[in-house]
Design a protein around this ligand. Structure first.
Ligand code: UGA
Length: 431
């Protein structure tokens, strides 16, 4: 079967994962980005982002992938073009859609027969605005489909190859059919709908997952007051299929490039339409306060933090990524610095990304060096190295064996046997 080439606009994380996975399925894919250094790196065989399995996939499908700076190269070859450009938050919390509008500016005058497939997360109503704009520019022949991505960093390849669902919202049936056909071999449920509903499915999914996290974090905080253990509470709740076990891990709250941005955008979207989304306001506030609670736990055991050395274990917003966007380590480090503490940070992959963001923090890629002489350590990101915390070696080099487990990954009994003062989130403190 001959497959028509696909286009991808934006060689960021979503664009590269999408391009590599479609190339792996046998499609020729032309990827365009505006950054010359990014395209040069990709042409030279380098993968400019860290995502497990991505570099291998790109290498394996090298013959089917082309990287270019020229939009015409995409539009002259591909009839289905995925839009994977960034939609970062603006100061107001609204999503910045300038990269989406640039795509329209670059459409050649005779682009009929092309369908733009929006993978970037865009506010509900964007598809309708794009359609109006296309018509105003005499490009009504360009199709538009909303096909939001549900990729999580660190597991993006698996999420693409074995999706829980594929959501396709279209104005015209035939454009949706063409996009649905691309996913048919993935054997996933395909939700066909209108464009606005597809856009909302993406926001509502992220907002619901973030709500689950803030909910369990509040339960954890009440557990601390009442002597219950949130780990067991989550397990007991999660066995109810109506609740489900995932996203019930209490900790320092959520970060990353998606949840904080998307829930802020959904809140703004609601507000701009005259609706006050109260629940989301609380979800955001709980998430902010959650990171700060660690300071109280440290003060409880160390007294005032001025002059104390605190080591943050893990800096990336979650394991298996070097992404520092909205990472809990950023808020925590600045809170500790403002208390007068000396702050150190360890991470196995994110040190370079962290350096410009964590001014005043000493950074290490060796965990024991980072712990040498420290008054306390705080687990911020649940890397495997942290899950297998070297109690004995660390206990020998730390000044005082105070450990705040911000991700509830260690066994409290093991910590106690190793003579640590151990604090977790929503679990009975063990000293
Ligand atoms: C999230 C969604 O999970 C994806 O489905 C979605 O496609 C993606 O956003 C996106 O919109 O592009 P991601 O941000 O990569 O993916 O990371 P998650 O694994 O969802 O974790 C988000 C944050 O929640 C992390 O900081 C993590 O530590 C935290 N988290 C997660 C918890 O605190 N507790 C949990 O139980 C689960």
């Amino acid at each position: 079967m001959t497959r028509e080439p696909l286009g991808v606009l934006g060689a960021g994380w979503v664009g590269l994962v999408t391009a590599a996975c479609f190339a792996d399925l046998g499609y020729d894919v032309v990827v365009r980005d505006v950054l010359p250094e990014r395209i040069e790196a990709l042409q030279a065989g380098e993968v400019p982002i860290y995502e497990p399995g991505l570099a291998d996939l790109i290498e394996r499908s090298r013959d089917r992938l082309a990287f270019t700076l020229e939009p015409e190269e995409v539009f002259s070859r591909a009839r289905i073009v995925f839009v994977c450009v960034g939609t970062p938050p603006m100061y107001s919390g609204d999503a910045d859609l300038s990269a989406v509008w640039s795509v329209l500016d670059e459409l050649p005058m005779r682009t009929d027969g092309v369908t733009l497939v929006m993978k970037s997360t865009v506010p509900v109503g964007t598809g309708e605005k794009v359609r109006t704009e296309l018509a105003a520019r005499g490009l009504s022949g360009v199709g538009y489909v909303s096909n939001p991505e549900f990729l999580a960093e660190g597991t993006a390849i698996r999420n693409f190859q074995q999706p829980d669902r594929v959501v396709i919202g279209s104005f015209a049936e035939e454009h949706g059919d063409a996009v649905a056909a691309l996913y048919v071999h993935l054997n996933a449920p395909i939700v066909r709908t209108d464009v606005a509903s597809a856009e909302m499915i993406k926001y509502a999914s992220n907002a619901f997952l973030a709500t689950k996290i803030s909910f369990i974090n509040e339960i954890a905080n009440v557990c601390e007051e009442t002597g219950a253990d949130v780990s067991v509470v989550s397990e007991g709740m999660g066995l109810d299929p109506r609740i489900g076990p995932s996203f019930l891990r209490a900790g320092l709250g959520f970060g990353g490039s998606c949840f904080p941005k998307d829930i802020a955008a959904l809140k703004q979207l609601a507000g701009n339409s005259g609706y006050h989304f109260q629940l989301l306001t609380a979800v955001i506030e709980v998430n902010e306060l959650q990171k700060r609670r660690v300071v109280g736990k440290l003060v409880k055991h160390l007294g005032p933090l001025r002059g104390k050395t605190i080591t943050l274990l893990g800096l990336a917003f979650k394991p298996h990524t070097s992404d520092m966007r909205q990472a809990s380590s950023l808020v925590l480090a600045s809170r500790l610095l403002s208390e007068g503490a000396h702050v150190r940070g360890w991470d196995p992959v994110a040190i370079e990304e962290a350096r410009p963001l964590l001014k005043g923090v000493d950074l290490f890629d060796d965990m024991l060096e980072a712990l040498e002489g420290a008054d306390a350590a705080v687990i911020v990101t649940e890397w495997d190295e942290v899950r297998n915390f070297p109690f004995d070696e660390a206990g020998r080099v730390m000044k005082t064996a105070v450990l705040v487990d911000g991700r509830n990954v260690l066994d409290p009994d093991e910590a106690r046997r190793a003579w640590y003062v151990y604090e977790a989130i929503g679990r009975p403190g063990v000293s």
